[in-house]
Write a protein that binds this ligand. Structure first.
Ligand code: V4E
Length: 203
């Protein structure tokens, strides 16, 4: 199995003129509509382990922390590994493969807990991927991303993203809640509280 790349990202609030600052000289790559259905079991064992299983526009994906966790110290930078092959997702979840992914999940008690629709504009500026998301519930956020091959690459990517934000005149940003976290805060406060208490989400 090929070693998965690690996504290193920082979420940037779209306050003041941050959107203009981030996108100065950026090129719009594409605009996509996302329909994300997030899954977990009744005791939230996946999300409480910082594992985010979703069906994005009909295709299953799992985002999970690499060894060492998704956080990098006190910074707002996060790192995740994304698995997008159904067999590898099931094996990462400790489930046996079956013909129908949805059926295997259903039998394991893993069911949808959130449906999040958003419009994403994907930009490229220098080596950075910049996504600007707007959800149907009115939350917008930017993400600045680089991919890394290993832990050393993660460290370099982290430094490069921080330097890029400084260059944009944005500087250090506080950790921002992602779309799912905001959705849960508004719609499933008990689930949200458990994630905060477990330290998966920090507010
Ligand atoms: C909820 C969550 C994760 C799943 C993906 O969430 P998010 O980044 O909100 O979605 P999206 O659509 O931008 O994913 P992409 O297209 O970039 O793959 S990953 C981590 N979390 C939990 C989380 C956290 N640990 N900390 C904070 C501040 N927010 C959310």
């Amino acid at each position: 199995m090929a070693k998965e790349e690690i996504e290193v990202e920082i979420k940037v609030p779209l306050e003041g003129d941050f959107r203009e600052r981030l996108l100065a000289g950026a090129v719009l790559v594409r605009r996509v509509e996302l329909r994300d259905v997030y899954f977990d079991d009744a005791s939230f064992s996946l999300t409480l382990a910082d594992k985010w299983l979703r069906e994005r526009n009909g295709k299953f994906e799992l985002k999970q922390p690499p060894e060492g966790g998704s956080r990098i110290g006190e910074t707002a930078v996060q790192r995740y590994v994304e698995v997008s092959c159904d067999g590898e997702i099931l094996s990462a979840l400790g489930l046996l493969e079956g013909d129908d992914m949805a059926e295997v999940l259903r039998r394991a008690g893993i069911k949808p807990f959130a449906v999040i629709k958003s419009v994403r504009q994907k930009f490229k500026r220098k080596k950075f991927a910049i996504d600007i998301d707007e959800t149907e519930f009115g939350y917008s956020l930017a993400e600045v991303e680089l991919m890394a091959k290993d832990e050393q690459g993660v460290e370099e990517a982290q430094k490069e993203i921080m330097a890029f934000l400084a260059e944009c005149g944005i500087g250090d940003v506080k950790r921002q809640l992602g779309k799912v976290a905001v959705y849960l805060r508004e719609n499933s406060p008990e689930h949200f509280k458990k994630l905060v208490m477990r330290g998966v989400i920090s507010v």
